[in-house]
Write a protein that binds this ligand. Sequence first.
Ligand SMILES: C[S@@+](CC[C@H](N)C(=O)[O-])C[C@H]1O[C@@H](n2cnc3c(N)ncnc32)[C@H](O)[C@@H]1O
Length: 365
Amino acid sequence: MSATPIISAPIDVVSTVEAATPPQLPPHRSHDPANNLKRTDPFQFGSRFLEEGDNVFEFNAWDHVEPDDEYKAFAEVQYAKQRECPASDFDKLRFNADPVKWWNVFYKNNTANFFKDRKWLRQEFPILAEVTQKDAGKKVVLEVGAGAGNTAFPLIRNNENEELMVHACDFSKEAVKVMRESEYYDTNFMTADVWDVSAIPSEENDSLPPGLTEGSVDVVILIFIFSALSPQEWGRALHNIYRVLKPGGRVLFRDYGRGDLAQVRFKKNRYLDENFYARGDGTRVYFFDRDQLEEMWGRWTPEKGLQEPSTLEAAAGSDATQATAKDDGAFDVVRLAIDRRLVVNRQMKLKMYRCWIQGHFTKRE
Ligand SMILES: C[S@@+](CC[C@H](N)C(=O)[O-])C[C@H]1O[C@@H](n2cnc3c(N)ncnc32)[C@H](O)[C@@H]1O
């Protein structure tokens, strides 16, 4: 949910964020006009840098601003408070046992306009521009956890490829209903279906999305879906994604990064596990670390599954390595970057640090 409405932040968060001065960019970057356009386009990441002398409240957002030590220390205090007052066992069970129930309620209560359309998608992931080109040929895109269709709809609206098919799947039937009832739902280029990415294959159910077979998908889009899974579900999700992708197929990933304001702001009784929380509406959210994602996507194999950090540490100090080397994983981590933004409420003179992680992986041939 990158488009989470910025609700008024609790006052202690506000004052601390306000007090934190963003560090300045090294001169070689801030003085490079190509990096310092001071644009007002909110979808152009990485183009507006804060420099000494800039008025931070002149624009709505600044790119790549690292929170300073004071803010980081404040975040650690917040995490300690969250751990001290975790969710009750009753709530942990409620939120973990049946996550789809909470998402169904969410989509019943929120209109399709809740998330903003992702105009930045094709710019951030050029492969999406490629598959929608007129002469791109038969291309199959699977969006996992597609929600209200805010990624799938802009994709087909800008599509010129007669042979494109976008499978927009979500495990919430209410989300699928929202997509199917949309005025933009065009079955020539899109199908919206119920599918649980963490499903376990069985005799009755091959656990693949409706209408798709093993090795049939060119591009899998994962936008703010992995954070909705519990860590126990990641391995199963990776397996299903691996199975459905063609060799050489791409995974486009964007999700919450650790230290994002949304994490720091969680109050008591919301902490489920380390970096994993339940929102007020019962939906769950995890905050990722870049290196953790590199391990996850770089080392996962269908045979070994996810590598436990303890296995990796043990392997590092031993010749009898059991862990998969990064180059032997089933996916190649082509790109994985942290995307930071300082978002400013100019009227209220508030500063908020946002942090997302964006990745591009391919299924090894
Ligand atoms: C934070 S929302 C993001 C929605 C959409 N990708 C977007 O960015 O607008 C997470 C979505 O993942 C879906 N989801 C959660 N767990 C899922 C699962 N196991 N399989 C498929 N979808 C899931 C939820 O129903 C919800 O629509």
